[in-house]
Design a protein around this ligand. Structure first.
Ligand code: ATP
Length: 331
C-alpha cells in the first residue's frame, strides 16, 4: 500500500450525535502523526463533486459537544454504481487523498468496501443512532438517542399519570429494536414491541394492561419500535395512531400515540458517544497510518477492534432476547 500522507474523512447516511467526536479524533490523531486531513462535505456526494476542505488542527475546536455532523451528510444514489465509485477513486487521486475514513451505517460501509476494492484504502466507523450494525455491539449516537427517548417518555408519563391514560410511543431504530428495548427498560415502560420478535397484541399488551389495572395501575407506557408501526415497517398492520385507537376500544382506557421522530437524532452527544466516537476515530487513523485499509472499526465486549469490511457486512445480528425477558419481568 502507498504511504499515507493525506487522509480524507466523511460522514454518510443518517447523522448521529457523536459523529463530530469521531471527526475531531481523526483530525487530531492524523496531525499528531504528521498527516494532513481533508474533510469531504456531504458524504459520497461531496466526494463525487470534489467538495472538500482542508482540516487543520484547530478546524475541529469546539465541536466535541455539538450534535449532527460538521461535515454534513447525504445519501448518494450515483455512488451505488460502479461508474460513481470509479469517479470517486479518480477524485481521491486528484485531491491527493491516500486513505479515507467513512463514518456511517452499513450502507456507507458497502460504499467504503467498493472504494477499497478500487485501491483507495478505507476504514468504516459505525455511526448511526439505530445500533443496527451486526459487526459491532455499539454504534455512535445510540446512547444519546436512548437518553432523548427516556427524557421524553418521562414527560409523557407525567401527563399519562394525571389523566389515567395509556401512551403509545413510537421510537426510531429502523428494523432494529435496540432503541425501543433500552428506552423501555430505562423509562419503566409497561410493554414493548419490536419487529424482530413476533408479538401477540392480545397477550402481550391487552392482558398485561388488564392485569395491571386490576392491581390498581392507572396509566401505561407502551414503547413500539418503528419497525412495527412505522412507515417502512415490513409487516405493518397498524400505525401508532391506529394502534392507540384499537387499545382504547378494547380496554376502555383513553390512549394517545406519540411518534417521536427526528428529535431522537439531535442534541448534544452523551459522554458515552463522545468517548466511543473519539476512540474509534483515533483507532481508524492508526490503521491507515500502519498501511491497513478495508477495515471496519467496532466495539466488542467494550474493546475497540477491527474487522475486514466484507466479513463485517456478512455478519447477522440477533435481538437481545434476554433484555426483552428482563423488561417483561420488571414491568
Ligand atoms: P443509516 O443507517 O443512518 O441509514 P447508512 O450508511 O446505512 O446509514 P444508506 O443510505 O444505506 O445509509 O447509505 C449511505 C450511502 O452509502 C448511500 O447514499 C450510498 O451513496 C452509499 N451506499 C449504500 N449502499 C451502497 C452499496 N450497496 N454500494 C455502494 N454504495 C452504497
Amino acid at each position: 500500500m502507498k504511504e499515507i500522507k493525506t487522509i480524507g474523512v466523511l460522514t454518510s447516511g443518517g447523522d448521529a450525535p457523536g459523529m463530530n467526536a469521531a471527526i475531531r479524533a481523526v483530525v487530531r490523531t492524523a496531525h499528531y502523526y504528521g498527516l494532513n486531513v481533508k474533510g469531504i462535505l456531504k458524504g459520497y456526494k461531496g466526494l463525487l463533486e470534489k467538495n472538500a476542505i482542508d482540516m487543520p488542527l484547530r478546524s475541529v475546536s469546539g465541536t466535541l459537544q455539538s450534535g449532527g455532523t460538521i461535515l454534513h451528510s447525504a445519501r448518494c444514489a450515483e455512488f451505488r454504481e460502479d461508474a460513481g465509485v470509479e469517479r470517486a477513486k479518480q477524485n481521491c487521486i486528484e485531491m491527493g487523498i491516500d486513505g479515507l475514513v467513512v463514518i456511517g451505517g452499513d450502507g456507507s460501509f458497502r460504499g467504503a468496501r467498493d472504494l477499497s476494492l478500487k485501491g483507495i484504502p478505507c476504514i468504516g466507523i459505525p455511526g448511526t443512532i439505530d445500533n443496527d450494525i451486526p459487526c459491532t455491539d455499539y454504534t455512535i449516537g445510540f446512547d444519546t438517542a436512548v437518553n432523548t427517548v427516556v427524557e421524553i417518555v418521562d414527560k409523557l408519563r407525567d401527563t399519562s399519570q394525571s389523566h389515567n391514560r395509556c401512551s403509545i410511543v413510537e421510537v426510531m431504530g429502523n428494523a432494529c429494536g435496540d432503541i425501543a428495548l433500552h428506552a423501555a427498560l430505562g423509562c419503566g415502560a409497561e410493554a414493548v414491541m419490536i419487529a424482530e420478535v413476533p408479538h401477540d397484541l392480545e397477550k402481550d399488551v391487552l392482558v398485561k394492561m388488564d392485569e395491571a389495572m386490576r392491581k390498581g395501575k392507572t396509566h401505561f407506557i407502551i414503547i413500539v419500535s418503528e419497525g412495527v408501526t412505522g412507515e417502512r415497517a415490513k409487516d405493518r398492520k397498524m400505525d401508532a395512531f391506529q394502534l392507540a385507537r384499537y387499545i382504547e376500544e378494547k380496554t376502555g382506557v383513553e390512549t394517545r400515540a406519540t411518534v417521536i421522530g427526528y428529535i431522537q437524532r439531535g442534541g448534544k452527544p452523551s459522554a458515552k458517544d463522545r468517548y466511543v466516537g473519539s476512540m474509534m476515530g483515533n483507532y481508524a487513523v492508526k490503521l491507515l497510518k500502519n498501511g491497513i485499509g478495508n477495515r471496519v472499526v467496532v466495539m466488542r465486549d467494550n474493546k475497540i477492534m477491527d474487522f475486514d469490511i466484507m466479513e463485517a457486512l456478512n455478519m447477522t445480528r440477533t435481538p437481545d432476547l434476554e433484555l426483552l425477558r428482563t423488561i417483561n419481568e420488571i414491568s
